[in-house]
Design a protein around this ligand. Structure first.
Ligand code: ADP
Ligand code: MG
Length: 226
């Protein structure tokens, strides 16, 4: 079982949107995915509830309802039961004390950030916490305007790259809110669209990082066996 966590300093950056997109893409590849929604606003849970209201089979992604102080023990139980291949953790904005422990158990962290100076200036606290946890992470630029304001993205990438890696750029696409309204993801709602193409690129990046992490964990075990 691997854990992909989101982390962010601000609300509305697209974390829940990307959590849903990645969860659905991973499930389509046959992974058993479990969402964990730590945000009291519960966007991910509400979307999941609408999506699964009339489900006849066990939904994949599943949703694990967990209070933050129970999370580490629930993750251990999911791991021991072999109940999921990938757990995706969505988070509230800003830095909460309990998040450091979660980051330490995560295999990879994605930090969605809009390409604005206000967003960049908010990053140091959350990045500091991630670095303290030693979990590998990457930024993903979200809601980047297309067209004339494209310069904001050109400027964002070097600013972010000074602090960490940038997975990719997700542009402002109406397919995301439209898909959410239909309890879907962009890849389901408009599979041939640009939003879908961009999130597939993000999933490719994350999948490679998760495989690296798995290989790194297998290494000591292989050495011990030889
Ligand atoms: N790339 C995007 N393009 C257009 N709208 C987006 C994009 N990402 C998110 N949104 C919209 O912005 C709002 C906030 O997104 P959400 O994923 O809930 O952010 P967060 O979980 O970080 O608070 C939602 O209405 C969502 O549909
Ligand atoms: Mg959210």
């Amino acid at each position: 079982m691997q854990i992909l966590m989101f982390a962010k300093q601000k609300g509305g950056v697209g974390a829940s949107t990307l959590a849903r997109e990645i969860g659905v893409l991973a499930a389509a590849e046959g992974k058993r995915v479990a969402f964990v929604d730590l945000d009291p606003q519960a966007s991910l849970s509400k979307w999941w509830n609408r999506r699964t209201a009339n489900a006849t089979e066990t939904p994949n992604p599943a949703l694990a309802a967990v209070a933050p102080d129970q999370l580490l023990s629930v993750l251990t139980r999911i791991r021991q039961a072999g109940a999921a291949d990938l757990v995706i953790i969505d988070v509230p904005p800003s830095v909460h004390g309990f998040m450091l422990g979660v980051m330490r158990t995560a295999d990879f962290i994605l930090v969605p950030v809009r390409p604005t100076s206000d967003d960049f200036e908010a990053l140091p606290d959350i990045v500091g916490m991630i670095e303290q946890s030693r979990c590998p992470y990457a930024f993903v630029v979200t809601q980047a305007q297309t067209g004339r304001k494209i310069r904001a993205v050109d400027e964002a990438i070097p600013i972010l790259a000074r602090q960490g890696r940038v997975a990719c750029v997700i542009r402002f696409r109406t397919a995301f809110p439209s898909a959410a309204a239909a309890a879907m993801t962009a890849t389901e709602y408009e599979p041939g669209g640009k939003a879908a193409e961009e999130v597939r690129g993000l999933w490719d990046f994350v999948a490679v990082e998760l495989r690296k992490q798995q290989a790194a964990e297998a290494q000591p075990a292989l050495q011990a066996a030889s």
